[in-house]
Design a protein around this ligand. Structure first.
Ligand SMILES: O=c1nc[nH]c2c1ncn2[C@H]1C[C@H](O)[C@@H](COP(=O)(O)OP(=O)(O)OP(=O)(O)O)O1
Ligand SMILES: [Mg+2]
Length: 484
């Protein structure tokens, strides 16, 4: 789960056709949009220049901490997608492959038309993408260079637009194409005119809208979707005049509130890949644990800050540290100090457990070994249920506790130590399938759920581990930085 925005770039307002579909299909996602209207159109420009301009847009959006980049412009996708993809460590999506896929799905006759800017047509990107999947497919490409300026000058509904669209598409009418790819994200704004000229028998493919299917799938695949429940935010930037952008944007996105795009100058941005992108990149912390449930939770907490999280699973030869202490803190310190020494890396250790009031605080520091040595959540849970069999619902109060110790190699005196708790009730029947350990039995009244019924984010918001991390606030980042 990730609340950061998705970034969209285009030469102008065309990419808003992709945003429109994203608002519809992915209403929980935040977005940041940049249109390079000052340097539009991109279509007639040499590929090297489109690459340089695209990098400037990308470098601007990276500072907005985007979690994914959509190149919502066919010309930029054709010129720069592989380059940008190879240099960023966030998912990067172009509009050409999704459009091609949808066209192959739609065609019955096996003859597809493509209208696009000169740059896109010249690149052969659609032909390549379509032939890679269907070598024998018949393709007819046509450059429609005037369409972009019609849209950008807000002429899409004028009689001039009607004439230009009819004249431009003339050569396609003698072809027996049954599917036409709108290979520029500006073109869907002219869709009714294009459909009218081509006739109802021709299926129009909106490359940008198709792209949102890929965005949606990749959010799931990389576990990046925003399921925080927070209201999403949408920011719009243009290198041109915001008033024009707002007018076109509000109409196209059918916004009820004013748009307020901001003007930006991106000419000072690097026109190539930056050596270092997000801050804190390259910082690594080792979760000194073998418990996959804990490791996953720490990843959710650290990774949005650009920290690489490793665990003992990545260092199979490191000797196991026994928990011989009599308190959570002693155990957490033992684990943190020894693993930091052995690995010569900064580590975070967690010693945690469940304290049930009706059992005088048991199983406590023995939570992992409650039903005997070895880690067996099922046996531990079974023993807990048996121990509470005669305890009425209201008396089944309990507390989860954690002590976290962050240790630097060979400097135990500099350890950071924090504690966190959460109270709840032990249920008589397990509920939910997420989480780990005692989660299916730990009911949190405030949320009306057991911890195994919560998303990772929900659990972090209220859990002992989340509370302990919050107690460290920004300190841990400075601490980690100082580790070199
Ligand atoms: O959020 C939690 N949700 C459910 N159960 C939890 C949680 N937090 C701790 N627990 C349970 C698991 C284990 O039975 C014991 C911790 O024992 P503890 O020694 O700290 O961890 P562990 O042996 O599983 O892994 P390791 O020592 O490698 O970090 O408390
Ligand atoms: Mg343990």
């Amino acid at each position: 789960m990730n609340k950061q925005p998705i970034g969209f770039i285009d030469s102008g307002v065309g990419g808003l056709t992709v945003v429109k579909e994203a608002l519809h299909q992915l209403p929980a996602e935040s977005s940041v949009y940049l249109g390079d209207q000052a340097r539009l159109p991109y279509g007639p420009r040499p590929a090297e220049q489109v690459q340089a301009f695209t990098w400037q847009m990308v470098n601007f959006l990276l500072k907005k901490h985007i979690k994914m980049l959509v190149i919502a412009c066919n010309t930029a996708t054709a010129a720069a997608l592989p380059l940008i993809k190879a240099n960023l460590d966030i998912p990067v999506i172009g509009v050409i492959k999704p459009g091609s896929r949808a066209a192959l799905k739609a065609t019955q006759t096996g003859h597809i038309g493509i209208i696009a800017t000169e740059g896109t047509v010249k690149s052969g990107a659609y032909v390549k993408a379509l032939r890679a999947k269907a070598p024998k497919i018949r393709l007819t490409s046509l450059a429609a260079p005037k369409f972009v300026s019609l849209v950008e000058s807000n002429e899409a509904h004028s009689p001039i637009a009607k004439r230009v669209v009819a004249d431009t598409l003339q050569p396609l009418l003698h072809e027996d194409i049954d599917t036409l790819i709108l290979g520029c994200t500006h073109y869907p704004i002219l869709r009714p005119l294009i459909q009218n000229v081509m006739g109802d028998q021709v299926t129009l493919i909106d490359s940008g809208a198709e792209t949102v299917n890929d965005v949606s799938m990749l959010l799931d695949y990389f576990d990046l979707a925003n399921n925080s429940g927070d209201t999403p935010t949408h920011e719009y930037y243009t290198t041109g005049a915001p008033s024009m952008f707002d007018e076109l944007g509000e109409a196209w996105l059918e916004l009820t509130a004013p748009m307020h795009a901001k003007h930006v100058n991106i000419e000072g941005e690097a026109d190539h890949a930056m050596a270092t992108v997000p801050e804190a990149k390259g910082k690594t912390i080792v979760v000194a644990s073998k418990n996959q449930g804990k490791i996953k939770e720490f990843k959710t907490m650290f990774e949005p800050a650009g920290i690489t999280v490793k665990s003992l699973a990545d260092f199979s030869s490191v000797p196991t540290v026994d928990e011989t202490g009599t308190t959570f803190e002693e155990n957490a310190r033992q684990k943190a100090d020894q693993y930091a020494k052995d690995l010569q890396l900064p580590v975070i250790a967690d010693d945690s457990g469940l304290m049930v009031d009706a059992l005088d605080g048991q199983p406590g520091i023995r939570s992992a070994r409650y039903a005997g040595d070895g880690h067996n959540d099922a046996a531990n849970n079974a023993k807990l249920l048996a121990a509470l069999a005669d305890v009425p619902e209201d008396d089944r109060t309990a507390t989860f506790h954690t002590t976290l110790v962050l240790a630097k190699p060979d400097h135990p005196e500099a350890d950071l130590v924090v504690h966190g708790d959460v109270s709840g009730l032990i249920t008589a029947i397990p509920r939910g399938t997420d989480g780990f350990g005692y989660d299916p039995f730990f009911f949190v009244p405030a949320l009306g759920k057991t911890m195994a019924e919560m998303t990772a984010e929900e659990k972090n918001q209220i859990s002992h581990r989340g509370n302990a991390m919050r107690a460290l606030e920004d300190v841990w980042q400075t601490w980690l930085e100082a580790n070199g």
